[in-house]
Design a protein around this ligand. Structure first.
Ligand code: HEM
Length: 310
């Protein structure tokens, strides 16, 4: 299943992502990270678009995780091309909402088969040829050319990339994407720029001075946008609504943090939010489950080296 003519399975993805040096007990992607928690202060602005409890004005707890892309749980924070923020809002309820967001606002390609080919090209050092052969990668390449990584997790933007629908009480649907947008300017300095955990140290130090705050900003699709194609950036002129503020208050090493056992499956959605038909989103649901199944099993069998689940 490693070419464009066949469907790529979740097992194919996770086999490729984990590579040959399996890290028992760890995520097969975004292995390096740590847990955070805090409260989402919902403004109520999205209540007319969605019946989800999190969009009714109020304060709702979340468990989250900052991470860097890749399968290496000890990778140097500053070397990773992608940084991430995953959240589970209302974790104790049936209304929970999970989202896993990355720094790029778009994907290079729009199907699981091509995404698999892209991962292969990265591993084989043929990514330049891959990009040249796939014109739909243009928006991603433009973003990458202008992106300047900051010195803090607190000063990055994290994007849903894939689109979803908000469903209101009358059953009306609105296609959206969302992003966690920083509320503070570019970071100044790292406690220890040489440290493998440089960004983690910076965030832990920052939290000792008070919460780290992001606006949760929703971009509404217009009839000109295709919600099933994550290779295209939606115009800035689309309506942008601030659903509320994510206030991150605590951080914990992932080995003893609540986030570690969570599968931040982007298809775990409350009433009032539905997935789009973007095929990448479906592939993500399956692959995250497969990775979670493998690491949970390793923990159960006690073959994990560094990760612990309750
Ligand atoms: C077909 C495309 C993709 C595949 C196959 C894939 C695969 C995976 C896998 C296997 C995991 C580990 C799950 C676990 O063990 O808990 C993971 C984690 C993650 N992925 Fe993806 N991914 C894809 C696309 C994306 C996209 C588009 C985004 C961003 C919008 C994203 C963001 C993340 C994040 C943030 C995590 C870490 C979540 C955490 O902290 O636990 N992924 N991905």
């Amino acid at each position: 299943a490693s070419d464009n003519r066949h469907e790529v399975s979740a097992q194919d993805f996770v086999n490729l992502q984990q590579g040959n040096a399996i890290q028992p007990g760890f995520r097969r992607a975004h292995a390096k990270g740590f847990c955070v928690s805090g409260d989402f202060i919902s403004s109520g602005t999205l209540a007319e678009y969605s019946s989800a409890q999190v969009f009714q004005a109020g304060q709702y707890p979340f468990i989250g995780r900052f991470s860097v892309a890749g399968n290496n749980p000890t990778a140097p924070d500053l070397k990773a091309p992608v940084r991430s923020l995953a959240l589970t809002l209302l974790p104790e309820t049936a209304e929970q909402w999970r989202t896993a967001m990355n720094t790029p606002p778009v994907l290079a390609v729009g199907t699981p088969e091509k995404f698999y080919q892209q991962l292969l090209a990265l591993q084989n050092n043929t990514i330049a040829e891959f990009f040249a052969a796939h014109p739909e990668t243009a928006a991603f390449r433009n973003w990458r050319a202008s992106y300047q990584p900051t010195l803090s997790y607190a000063t990055e933007q994290y994007h849903s990339i894939n689109a979803f629908y908000l469903i209101n009480a009358a059953g009306k649907q609105q296609a959206v994407r969302w992003a966690a947008v920083p509320t503070v300017g570019a970071a100044n300095q790292l406690p220890d720029p040489e440290a493998v955990d440089a960004l983690q140290q910076e965030l832990f130090a920052r939290l000792s001075d008070g919460p780290v705050i992001f606006d949760l900003v929703f971009s509404l699709a217009t009839s000109a946008d295709d919600e099933n194609d994550a290779t295209i950036i939606w115009p800035d002129t689309n309506p942008q609504l601030i659903a509320g503020q994510l206030q991150i208050k605590q951080a914990t090493e992932q080995s003893n943090g609540q986030c570690n056992a969570i599968n931040f499956d982007p298809l775990v959605l409350p009433r009032g939010i539905l997935p789009s038909a973007d095929p990448i989103l479906r592939a993500r649901g399956a692959a995250y489950a497969e990775s979670h199944r493998r690491r949970a099993r390793e923990v159960l069998l006690n073959t994990a080296t560094g990760a612990h689940h309750e």
